[in-house]
Write a protein of this length. Structure first.
Length: 366
């Protein structure tokens, strides 16, 4: 570990001088020493601090610092105080998984496109989907992009971008398959009954059914439901403020006043005020309870997030148009809602065209 000391001395003429000595220790052995003399103590201290910082950052002068492995670079990235808070649960999981793979044993500056291809093939052979593998590559790209400017580690951050074309051509990476799952038949009724039974337990604290119904009617994600506050309730407009709503363009500052339609407002108003949050529960615990009930009932491939799609479909079925639905769901990309709409009514445009044609025929016959 590097450090410095300052020694005050007098010259033969009686003038004060300050000698700063910087040392690097390896155990009890001094492996590096450098001294410089200054006329002012502040200058000596400044030089000492700069030298220590340089050694900590770049290593000893004249000594080439070893390039970390990809695993070590991921660890640096995840531990950085400015980066760590921005890493979401999915990204953290993916980076941890990559850190346990063979590719992570390589020195970061020795990574090649072939190494990435081999990693992606191994992930595919292990059962990972192209969309999941694409997350590996994307998040690893974020780590490499930060290596030089943040950690002063010289790596080729363009390599991963260049590898994408090859990975796409080999169909090793791709986009997630579009989900269209909605509760069918009496699935939702059965789940609500199961959740009522679960929340009636003497130790239960989570009002699962209120949360589920509110999530559907408000089209909110579970993270948003468990984040809205009483201070954000707008009584006049029967709405609630959702702070930092998910947006691929930026992570914070996406505040949105969401109208609570129909019974959504009633579900909100009957919650007891015990916290600054309206639903002061852990989102993971809520979805875990939902999944247990769903599994016990033998209902397959229905996720909590599918309730958001269910809510959007109900609004379309009630007669709302796309831009009105977007005011509730918060979608900035209208194409997503358009896809939901066309999945719901694939033949509506054709049917309308036929009606218009028939109207013209009737008009001509008059």
């Amino acid at each position: 570990m590097a450090g410095y000391t300052i020694e005050k001395r007098k010259t033969s003429k009686g003038e004060l001088r300050y000698r700063c000595t910087v040392r690097e220790h390896k155990g009890e052995e001094v492996v590096y020493r450098e001294s410089r003399t200054f006329g002012r103590q502040s200058d000596a201290k400044s030089w000492g601090m700069q030298m220590v910082a340089m050694i900590e950052r770049d290593g000893l002068p004249g000594q080439v610092q070893p390039i970390p492995t990809i695993r070590e670079l991921i660890a640096l990235y995840r531990a950085h105080p400015a980066i760590s808070p921005t890493i979401g649960r999915t990204k953290a999981y993916c980076l941890d998984l990559v850190a346990d793979c063979d590719i992570a044993k390589l020195n970061a500056d020795l990574l090649t496109i072939k190494d990435l291809v081999d990693h992606c093939q191994a992930r595919r052979d292990a059962g990972a989907s192209p969309a999941t593998i694409a997350h590996d590559v994307s998040y690893l790209g974020s780590v490499f992009a930060a290596a030089s400017p943040v950690f002063n580690i010289p790596v080729d951050n363009k390599l991963i971008l260049e590898a994408r074309k090859t990975l796409n051509n080999l169909k090793l990476v791709g986009k997630a398959q579009k989900r269209t799952r909605r509760p069918v038949s009496n699935e939702l009724e059965r789940i609500i009954q199961g959740l009522e039974k679960r929340q009636s337990h003497c130790m239960a604290k989570i009002p699962y059914t209120d949360l589920l119904n509110f999530a559907i009617l408000s089209c909110m994600r579970i993270s948003e439901v468990c984040k809205v506050k009483w201070s954000g309730v707008d009584e006049k407009n029967r709405a609630v403020l959702v702070e930092d709503r998910k947006d691929p363009r930026k992570k914070i500052g996406n505040h949105m006043l969401v109208p609570l339609l129909g019974e959504a407002w009633e579900h909100l108003k009957r919650q007891p005020i015990t916290d600054d949050r309206i639903f002061p529960y852990n989102g993971k615990s809520v979805t875990a309870g939902f999944q247990r009930v769903r599994t016990e009932l033998g209902i397959e491939d229905l996720r909590w997030h599918d309730l958001r799609r269910e809510g959007a479909c109900r609004l379309f079925e009630a007669g709302f148009v796309i831009d009105e639905v977007a005011q509730v769901t918060g979608h900035r990309n209208i194409n997503i809602l358009w896809q939901i709409y066309t999945d719901l009514y694939p033949n509506r445009v054709h049917a309308k065209f036929e009606r218009l044609q028939q109207a013209k025929v009737v008009e001509k016959a008059r």
